[in-house]
Design a protein around this ligand. Structure first.
Ligand SMILES: Nc1nc2c(ncn2[C@@H]2O[C@H](COP(=O)(O)OP(=O)(O)O)[C@@H](O)[C@H]2O)c(=O)[nH]1
Ligand SMILES: [Mg+2]
Ligand SMILES: [Zn+2]
Length: 285
């Protein structure tokens, strides 16, 4: 018996890494009856003689697209120009990542296209103040050292600079960097194949085409927990959604400039999306 981590899956074959050795295993039959499918990222126990996965440890999280478990960080690749910085996309990604029980970490890109860094510094400072680690693609060493031994998925809109970032870490990868290759990548990933690989001590998922999570229709109250700074400002009502309620600490903090206005507006916009989604769901019944 050995303990290891699944690093690769092609159909029903799983590669398990244990003590720097790789073992190709199949899952024990009983998993199928339990409707349990091992996932890349799973911590498992294997029977190395029979080449079988015999136990899967409880997961701390699980993503479906891409198919992976136990993700430590989502690296939110965030362009400042071409395409322009969108606080809405960033805040939405942060919220959806936190809802999926994954920690966010930002990597800003295209700083070189800005005329002045003043605005950028302010943005970065704010996100750091709410305890989200911030890096940029000109300081890869710092980023890699922060993410040592962690399992990381890259997210970010097309053109954000995801493939370029991975290439910078390992020029041998030679990932194509433009929108057309992105479309081609999607085709490639329709085959059921999933893999994490270590790049200078960081576990990356090899899905460069991965763009963004969806904020799934969760409890509305859960959303405000994804805006960590809101928790610092108590409201009169415990289930306050910070919309039109009276004595709302969050709204007051926005007015006093303690919470970034764009953060609050983006929160309302995402909340509205969830509300209209659940209305649609109810009217379907
Ligand atoms: N000027 C500049 N261009 C960048 C930077 N990062 C990526 N790019 C360019 O932006 C385009 C999209 O990058 P790509 O890595 O393909 O983005 P992806 O769609 O997220 O994988 C490419 O033309 C890259 O060369 C950067 O930091 N600065
Ligand atoms: Mg790409
Ligand atoms: Zn409130």
């Amino acid at each position: 018996m050995l303990k290891g981590k699944i690093i690769k899956n092609i159909s029903n074959l799983y590669t398990v890494l244990s003590d720097n050795k790789q073992y190709d295993c199949t899952p024990r039959g009983v998993f199928r009856h339990q409707k349990m499918t091992p996932l890349v990222g799973d911590q498992v126990i294997i029977d190395e003689e029979n080449k079988q996965i015999i136990e899967i440890y409880p997961r701390k999280n699980e993503l479906s697209r891409p198919s992976v478990a136990n993700v430590d960080y989502a690296l939110l690749v965030t362009p400042l120009k071409r395409p322009d910085f969108s606080s809405f996309l960033l805040d939405k990604e942060i919220a959806s990542v936190i809802l999926a029980n994954v920690k966010p970490c930002i990597c800003f890109t295209k700083l070189d296209l800005l005329e002045s860094l003043e605005e950028y510094e302010k943005i970065k400072e704010y996100y750091q103040s709410i305890k989200i680690p911030c890096f940029d693609n000109q300081h890869i060493k710092e980023l890699l050292s922060f993410l040592q031994n962690q399992v990381v998925v890259l997210t970010g809109q097309t053109g954000a600079g995801k493939s370029s970032l991975l290439n910078k870490m390992n020029p041998k990868l030679k990932l194509q960097t433009n929108e057309i290759s992105e479309a081609l990548n999607r085709g490639v990933h329709t085959t059921r194949h999933s893999e994490i690989y270590a790049e200078q001590g960081v576990w990356f998922l090899d899905t460069p085409g991965f763009s963004s999570f969806d904020v799934s229709t969760k409890e509305k109250k859960d959303l405000s927990h994804c805006f960590a700074e809101f928790e610092n400002y108590p409201c009169k009502f415990q289930d306050c959604l910070h919309k039109k309620e009276i004595s709302c600490g969050v709204k007051e903090a926005v007015e006093e400039g303690k919470i970034l206005k764009s953060r609050y507006e983006n929160y309302l916009k995402i909340l509205e999306g969830i509300e209209s989604e659940s209305r649609r769901f109810i009217s379907k019944k």
